[in-house]
Design a protein around this ligand. Structure first.
Ligand code: KIV
Ligand code: ZN
Length: 514
């Protein structure tokens, strides 16, 4: 078996998904879960893009010890310097620099000649090499580049010190045979190619990202780049869980393995979905809610007689459990602590205290608290930022009836420590609630998207809401959980406004520090 390295870019390419904006605590929790999953490299962000990105990469680099942490940079000295500042405390840093090599990108976007692209790539790899042992260079839009030119650039960046060469299908345009042949061509035509790890990076615009990735592996790629749940620009990146499980289940055809702890896949998928608000479709391969459900009578009958009749992957392989029933209102702090430990999540005493308090409140309303509920409560506390508690919900009431005008009354604590209260009407409970809250908040707000989901099943399941707001024209996301759907909706709305406030604070600091 040859070992394929897994390069996760959930926090960089994945975070570029429309509508996703994670705060640094959320990014850190995802990074820790990626470490538990056993990825080889994690791309934590693009430090030159903004102060927020820089701070998040730095926090991850300062914390993660067992996985190589990388950051993206354009072929510019200032980007490389910024990445170095963010990564300098991590034990296994890597810089990832990129420049486009396709005629369309060189002519229209870069306005550079092919010779200039080679020179700039070589110069910046050499510059990066003075600061980093591991230098990854990516040929953006490789799949629409001319192969002989690509071979020429690759040879020269390797000569300049690159240790990993990545050939992205940036626009998701390639096909399995074409992508595989491109890797084969580079293996045969770049004389020094064996000195580097060759990497593939597929986008899913034509739905072929996983097939293209496997084709690259079969033709010499030793590193796979992708994201959890396949999130990313436009139609997303290749879903890492799909590649890892395909290699495992079809090991009769593919003699490659990854270092992923496969039974951490479901937990990783759930966390990314929860924190990004990008829930996976029910029929998504490997991690979808229906991926292990058998509906038709014939299938159910077959599975009961022998699971292998219709089941090629066992749910246990990817960590899908039958959602162990956990505790009820008599469970103590000790048992709660044990549970936190079992999840592999590190919590301070104060964090445990806060999560346990929320757990106790939950048990007042919910008889059976599941692993999913507990994990949600833990993540609420882990990703909370004190500065985010600018507005808090004090009380609310919504009167809804088919014959009434729906009315909401809300009391909020403001950032200034005052309590403000008002009432408003709407066509439904959420509309009335959101109108009332928005009247109490000093910023201009527009609701762009609203989602409500349940955590696990059952009629007393926890509710989880995601919203997207434009606050003063800035798009921000918010997330809220509660026993009740209306309360979860209120929490998500207020959370989005608080995130706007936090974002403004970070941007102000950026101006001051410049
Ligand atoms: O898709 C792409 O080309 C990228 C590069 C920045 C590596 O994400
Ligand atoms: Zn990409």
């Amino acid at each position: 078996m040859s070992r394929i390295r897994i390069f996760d870019t959930t926090l960089r390419d994945g975070e570029q998904s429309p509508g996703v904006n994670l705060n640094k605590m959320e990014k850190l929790e995802i990074a820790k879960q990626l470490e538990r999953l056993g990825v080889d490299v994690m791309e934590a962000g693009f430090p030159a893009a903004s102060e927020g990105d820089f701070q998040a990469v730095k926090l991850i680099a300062d914390t993660i010890k067992d996985v190589s942490v990388t950051a993206l940079a354009r072929t510019r000295v200032e980007d490389i310097d910024r990445a170095y500042e963010a990564l300098k405390n991590t034990p296994h840093p890597r810089i990832h620099i990129f420049l486009a090599t396709s005629p369309i990108h060189m002519t229209y976007k870069l306005k550079m000649t092919p010779e200039q692209v080679i020179q700039q790539s070589v110069d910046m790899v050499k510059y990066a090499k003075e600061k980093f042992e591991e230098v990854e260079w990516s040929a953006e839009d490789a799949t629409r580049s001319e192969w002989p030119f690509l071979a020429q650039v690759i040879e020269q960046v390797i000569e300049a010190g690159a240790t990993v060469v990545n050939l992205p299908d940036t626009v998701g345009y390639t096909t399995p045979d074409e992508y595989g042949n491109m890797f084969k061509y580079m293996k045969e035509n770049v004389p020094n190619i064996d000195r580097v790890d060759l990497s593939c990076h597929c986008h899913n615009d034509l739905g072929m990202a996983a097939a293209n990735t496997i084709a690259a592996i079969e033709n010499g790629a030793t590193q796979v780049e992708g994201t959890i749940n396949g999130i990313g620009e436009r139609a997303g990146n290749v879903a890492l869980e799909e590649v890892a499980i395909a290699l495992k289940i079809r090991s009769d055809r593919y003699s490659y393995e990854t270092g992923l702890k496969l039974n951490e896949i479901k937990r990783s998928s759930d966390l990314v979905a929860k924190l990004t608000g990008m829930y996976v479709q029910a029929n998504k391969a490997i991690v979808g809610r229906n991926a292990y459900a058998h509906e038709s009578g014939i299938h159910q009958d077959g599975v009961l007689k022998n699971a292998e009749t219709y089941e090629i992957i066992t749910p246990e392989l990817v960590g899908v459990s039958s959602n162990t029933l956990f505790m009820g209102k008599h469970s103590g702090r000790h048992a709660f602590k044990d549970k936190v430990k079992a999840f592999g999540v590190e919590m301070t005493d104060d964090e445990i205290k806060a999560a346990f308090k929320n757990f106790k409140t939950l048990t007042d309303h919910k008889r059976e608290v599941t692993d999913d509920d507990i994990y949600t409560l833990i993540m609420e506390v882990k990703t909370d930022q004190s500065a985010m508690n600018k507005y808090t919900l004090e009380t609310f009431q919504v009167n809804y009836g088919t014959q009434n005008i729906t009315t909401a009354t809300v009391a909020l604590n403001t950032p200034e420590g005052e309590t403000v209260q008002t009432a408003a009407t709407g066509n439904g409970s959420v509309e009335a609630l959101y109108r009332t809250i928005s009247e109490l908040i000093d910023y201009d707000q527009k609701l762009l998207d609203y989602q409500i989901n349940s955590v696990g099943g059952g009629k007393d399941a926890l509710a989880e809401s995601h919203v997207q707001l434009a606050v003063e024209g800035e798009t921000v996301n918010g997330r809220g959980t509660a026993q009740d759907v209306i309360e979860a909706s209120a929490n998500a709305y207020i959370n989005a406004v608080n995130r706007y406030i936090l974002k403004m604070q970070v941007e102000k600091e950026e101006v001051v520090n410049r």
